[in-house]
Design a protein around this ligand. Structure first.
Ligand code: ATP
Ligand code: MG
Length: 455
């Protein structure tokens, strides 16, 4: 800086180019000029510092944006209003296998495969017309087809005056996602099929367990049908013999003796009840076969009217006949409990519940199963109770889950209660489990008394 110490030797030129020697009244002007220069200089320094700070902040912001763009897994393309590429991010470079510098000023559509180009070309005009480009699936022309498919969102890019200067396209790779979804879908389908097969095999296993009981059940009517048919055959022979004698030359006394010997009067008395008995036996066989068919069928069951009491009795009989040590069964059900519903399904539910009760009582000489039934406003309630060990409280929520079983491997599929619960619910009913205060478990099935009316 200049000081007044050496002013005397110095002259200075004013803006009008007049020389003003120091010490001749020019000192004040000098001082003014020097002060001005000082001010200008310090302003310069200030603005320089400010500029440097701004520059540092700008660089920081630039680096920050750059790192964000680089970290994006979605592809990013910026293009101008002519559809020429201005910037891309590393994700796009990786997807198309080309560097950014090779892509700049290239038409955006060149990045996409033939089938997608027309769609991509329409994005800018659509944005210009105020439209929205969101979640459009298009394919990049990529070396690895797995990364090619992207779901694209486009937004208009405007300058500081709000004029459209291009667009920003962000694309999320969905090829991987789609493949993962397809794999999940296939796995789900396989699982559903396996589950279906398991349900069928559970049904068949239950059916298998019942075959012995059914054989027993069939044995009874078949044996009395046989017995009756032999008797009828004998009666037929006696009647034929007697009628042939009628046509011959035998006198009334001879005929009377023959009638007595052949017990014709008794035969005539017996024929009616014998035929009725045989018919009843045949009907019983037919019913059992029908029950069996219904039980093993996968078809949707139609509604029918039936007597729950009879159904419960048959179901319990079927199960108990297959048990080595037979628990006692007490039925506390009115003689008739008529309902309209799905007979086969209710039969299967009762069979499963009685079978479970028989399983927990296996080998117990004091085992007892009590089946009670009642009809209350619009529904029929059947309870199957046993005096077994009951269900541990921590398992009570689990027993209805598919495949939950406490039986040894191969002895139970754990589907009995799951299937039964679903069948009851499907009919508009319910199946619940509880422990009895006096010990043992109790299962309660509720089904509408008239499913059609409650539907
Ligand atoms: N009356 C019962 N008393 C105590 N536990 C029971 C009773 N009924 C069922 N459970 C429990 O519930 C589990 C599941 O029963 P569920 O009928 O679903 O399958 P499972 O009987 O084990 O096998 P599956 O019925 O295929 O033969 C049984 O393994 C048993 O632990
Ligand atoms: Mg079971």
């Amino acid at each position: 800086m200049l000081t007044t110490e050496n002013h005397k030797q110095l002259t200075i030129k004013t803006p009008t180019n007049r020389a003003l020697p120091l010490g001749e009244g020019g000192e004040d002007v000098w001082i003014d000029v020097i002060q001005k220069m000082d001010e200008v200089y310090s302003e310069l320094v200030d603005s320089q510092t400010e500029l440097e700070e701004k520059n540092a902040r700008l660089e920081e912001a630039h680096a920050f944006i750059g790192s964000v763009v680089a970290a994006m897994t979605d592809v990013l393309i910026v293009c101008d209003t002519n559809g020429l590429i201005q910037q891309v991010n590393p994700a796009l470079e990786t997807a198309v296998g080309r560097r950014e510098r090779d892509l700049l000023a290239m038409p955006l559509t060149d990045l996409f495969d033939d089938a997608s180009r027309k769609t991509v070309a329409g994005f800018l005009p659509e944005l210009k017309n105020g439209g929205v480009v969101a979640q459009r699936d298009v394919s990049l022309s990529a070396p690895d087809s797995r990364n090619a498919l992207i779901s694209v969102n486009c937004t208009p890019r405007c300058d500081h005056r709000g004029r459209l200067v291009g667009m920003v396209l962000v694309g999320r790779p969905i090829g991987e996602l789609q493949r993962a979804y397809r794999e999940l879908d296939t796995a789900h389908q396989k699982l559903t099929q396996t589950q279906q097969r398991m349900l069928v095999s559970e049904k068949m296993a239950a059916l298998g367990r019942l075959v012995a009981g059914v054989a027993h059940e069939l044995n009874n009517p078949i044996s009395f049908v046989f017995g009756n048919m032999y008797a009828l055959k004998r009666y037929g022979e006696a009647i034929t013999k007697y009628l042939s004698a009628c046509n011959g030359k035998s006198g009334p006394a001879e005929m009377e003796t023959l009638r007595k010997d052949l017990k014709i009067d008794q035969v005539l008395r017996d024929i009616g009840p014998l035929v009725d008995g045989t018919l009843e036996g045949a009907e019983r066989v037919r019913d059992i076969v029908q029950d069996l068919r219904r039980f093993s069928s996968n078809q949707e069951e139609t509604l029918e009217a039936f007597n729950v009491t009879r159904l419960v009795r048959t179901a319990a009989d079927w199960v108990i006949k297959t048990q080595r040590v037979k628990p006692s069964v007490r039925l506390d059900v009115p003689d008739t409990l008529e309902i309209r519903g799905r007979k086969g399904q209710l039969h299967q539910i009762i069979v499963n519940l009685v079978q479970n009760a028989a399983d927990v009582l296996e080998g117990d000489p004091n085992g007892e199963i009590v089946i009670s039934g009642e009809k209350t406003d619009g529904e029929v309630i059947i309870r199957v109770a046993d005096n077994g060990p009951g269900i541990p409280p921590e398992r009570i929520d689990k027993i209805f889950e598919p495949f939950f079983t406490t039986k040894p491997i191969g002895a139970g599929t754990g589907l009995g209660l799951y299937v039964s619960y679903n069948m009851a619910v499907k009919q508009g009913g319910d199946l619940t489990a509880a422990n009895r205060p006096e010990g043992g478990a109790e299962f309660t099935v509720r089904v509408p008394a008239d499913e059609h009316a409650s539907a």
